[in-house]
Design a protein around this ligand. Structure first.
Ligand code: ARG
Length: 588
């Protein structure tokens, strides 16, 4: 279905041409200032210089030549040359009705050629607990993935686990130190390895920090860890088997954590899965003259003359012979091309990784490793800060674990639900509701900030039932649901949606703009546009709801129209929350 702005752009574009002005790409946009119509075209100002004529005069001429149509109710010119357009009510109602009643199909028309997209998000590191640094990646990535898929692209989410770097060697060396008699460390052993893991997830949560601080103070240990990493990467049997065991244990825990966040990956691949492509890739890069030796390591130059800051060479092999984060990331692109025929990759990671991704993309593009032109995008994000403006920490100053954070938010949500809705709910309902409210609070607060911005963790604000928050949107949804229930079962098929007041008109105009917010979120990997959109929609609905006594309305046609409109709001609110991966409630 053609969008309303496209239809209008065509009409006004035709009028320009008919008047004798050549305009290749006439643009009509939503009017943002109240009282100046619903839409506007600013192109008269654009061409005024070229035609040496006052834009006001051009616009006046153009308006007279608009082809007859059923869309525009009124069109007028405002100085210096804006063409302001008021939409016909009947058209507006019919447009929105047919748009929303076939929403899913209509949305697919918004993009042309569909792509194979991989969204690389989550990025958890094996054997280290998830912390809030991984939270934004999971939350934004899940939404970006859903938006890509909703627009009809074949989309896969890949968690890209951190499972192949030096921290793996550290863990192996630490286990070796603590339990040297384990069969994994017996080089002469040729039998089968035990099916039980020698370590639990609780063990691992202690092993990694111990190993990491040991490596900082003990050079021998660090060298051991480097050697173990190299040997693991090159297939040492005992290490591979031990690694598999702690991978299994770690994965169970990670899956549980992501599940709790309503974040679901299609691919549970990691850096290690690219290992099989790494070594040939390195050989090829050496042979083709891209990779060269530098102080015992192998690197590829990725700087260029236009660089304003220095972009250092991209390292692929360390002096100890092991490969690293950058190597597996490069080889992962090869894997994704070969095994998934990917056209476009979207990486979600912290702003602070921007140098890495600049190097990675340049390296992939200059080295002819890929057979087609894959679009590589870095969707970076800022940090979640404490009130002191620094990355959020626990009360004792440590890095906050994700599971503790969620507990904290759930506690606050429960408090808020009790205060706001306590008298209407049983204890059990309250507990169930506060789980959903907690995640909605956290996710909406995160997503509603434009992704590159840092934001402050403020539980009171996030969990509030008023303002631009998750709970407010959830509450609006339950209000519409209970309103519709109160109005009783009614077959609305034989009724139309009409306009009786400006409150309804404002909603219809806003509903007609869903596509542009959705596309902004898609193009910019930024669900924040959709958050703005639903917040405005919830406000418009609240205004309409307080002006019109919908459930008590005696005029059947009027009541049916209002119910239809409420239903449209509900459809879009629920759709957007689904795209944000926020669960909704029937009652709260
Ligand atoms: N594991 C990384 C980290 O914790 C994030 C991975 C991001 N994705 C990627 N393909 N590099 O920082």
């Amino acid at each position: 279905m053609e969008t309303i702005t496209n239809k209008l752009s065509k009409l006004i574009g035709e009028a320009f041409n008919k008047t004798g002005y050549v305009l290749n790409d006439c643009k009509v946009v939503k009017c943002v200032i109240e009282g100046y119509g619903d839409f506007q075209c600013n192109d008269a100002m654009q061409i005024a210089k070229q035609y040496k004529k006052a834009p006001f005069l051009i616009a006046e001429e153009v308006v007279k030549n608009i082809p007859s149509n059923n869309i525009i109710e009124n069109c007028y010119v405002v100085k210096p040359g804006f063409i302001n357009i008021v939409i016909n009510n009947q058209f507006l109602c019919e447009y929105v009705s047919s748009y929303i009643e076939n929403l899913d199909e209509n949305v697919k028309d918004l993009t042309g050629v569909k792509k194979n997209i991989i969204v690389d998000y989550g990025g958890a590191n094996v054997a280290k607990p998830l912390h809030i640094g991984h939270l934004r990646s999971a939350i934004i990535g899940e939404s970006v993935k859903r938006i890509c898929a909703y627009l009809g692209n074949k989309t896969l989410g890949d968690v890209h686990l951190g499972d192949w770097g030096l921290q793996m060697g550290m863990i192996i060396s630490e286990i070796k130190l603590q339990k040297p008699d384990l069969v994994y460390f017996d080089d002469s052993y040729t039998g089968e390895y035990p099916s039980e893991s020698p370590v639990t997830i609780e063990d691992l949560s202690v092993i990694y920090p111990t190993a990491s601080s040991r490596a900082k103070s003990d050079e021998n240990f660090m060298n051991e860890a480097r050697k173990a990493t190299f040997e693991l990467q090159n297939g040492k049997r005992g290490y591979r088997e031990l690694w598999k065991k702690f991978m299994e244990v770690s994965l169970v825990d990670l899956k549980k954590n992501y599940e709790a966040l309503n974040v679901h990956f299609d691919l549970w691949l990691g850096e290690s899965d690219a290992n099989k492509y790494c070594w040939d890739m390195i050989e090829k890069l050496k042979k083709d003259g891209f990779a060269y030796e530098s102080e015992g390591a192998y690197v590829v130059d990725v700087s260029n003359d236009q660089d304003k800051v220095e972009i250092p060479p991209f390292m692929l092999v360390k002096t100890d012979g092991s490969i690293l984060y950058s190597t597996t990331d490069l080889a992962t692109i090869i894997l994704r091309e070969k095994e998934y025929d990917v056209d476009k990759i979207i990486y979600l990671a912290d702003n602070r990784q921007s140098l890495h991704f600049t190097q990675l993309f340049r390296c992939a593009q200059k080295t002819n490793l890929l057979t087609k032109n894959i679009e590589l995008n870095f969707a970076s994000f800022g940090t979640m800060n404490g009130k002191d403006g620094k990355p959020y920490k626990t009360r004792d100053g440590g890095v906050m674990k994700l599971s503790n954070l969620i507990d904290e938010v759930t506690q606050k949500a429960l408090e808020k639900v009790k205060v706001a809705r306590g008298q209407n709910l049983t204890d059990e309902e309250m507990l169930n509701i506060s789980d959903v409210v907690a995640l909605a609070s956290l996710k909406f607060a995160d997503l509603s900030n434009y992704r590159t911005k840092d934001y402050v963790f403020d539980l009171d604000k996030f969990c509030s039932f008023e303002g631009k928050t998750g709970p407010y949107i959830l509450y609006t949804i339950t209000r519409i649901k209970s309103l519709l229930k109160k109005c009783g079962e009614k077959n609305l098929d034989n009724f139309n949606c009409n306009v009786y007041s400006t409150a309804e008109r404002d909603i219809l105009i806003h509903l007609s703009q869903f596509d542009s917010y959705l596309m902004a979120s898609y193009n910019d990997f930024a669900p924040s546009y959709l958050c703005d959109y639903v917040y405005n929609l919830a406000n418009l609905f609240s205004a309409f709801y307080s002006q019109c006594n919908i459930s008590k309305e005696q005029d059947e046609t009027k009541q049916a129209s209002w119910m239809k409109l409420s239903n449209y709001c509900l459809t879009i609110l629920e759709k957007v929350l689904d795209l944000l991966a926020i669960k909704t409630l029937d009652k709260m």
